[in-house]
Design a protein around this ligand. Sequence first.
Ligand code: HEC
Length: 126
Amino acid sequence: MWAGLLLFLVPLVLSASPKSDEKFFDTKVAPILTKRCLPCHDTELNNGGISFRDRRTLIAGGKRSPSVVPGHPETSVMIQSLKHEGELQMPPGPALPAKESELLTEWVRRGAVWGTKLPMRRKGPY
Ligand code: HEC
């Protein structure tokens, strides 16, 4: 019986590890944001007032603040915009492939943990 409990708990502990969430951001989330969002949301193109510079500014968002509610993709403006159903549709034009949209949703569900990599194209003050 204890063995069964352990088998149940170990994956829970592993999935909650901050290290694996950081890795998830660096390997899965950052490449999508870099490719799909940063071309319009960088240090100079401050579209919508949202800044992708770090976790705090991305979560804060712009005039529709907050853009991300960690743990709650269903109430996160940023995640809702990916569905291309409401007033705000991101990215403009064709919607993201489902797989990428799911990864961003999963990231918010896991608490929107930031990692290390999100290189801005241009340096400069916001
Ligand atoms: C082609 C350029 C372009 C791309 C690519 C793009 N955006 Fe935007 N984004 C904009 C513009 C322009 C606005 C302002 C629109 C408005 O306020 O109505 C905006 C606004 C937003 C906002 C609203 C901020 C607020 O608080 O009002 C969010 C959230 C957002 N973008 C997320 C994203 C995400 C996530 C991606 C990548 C998946 C992305 N955008 C890709 C141009 C772009």
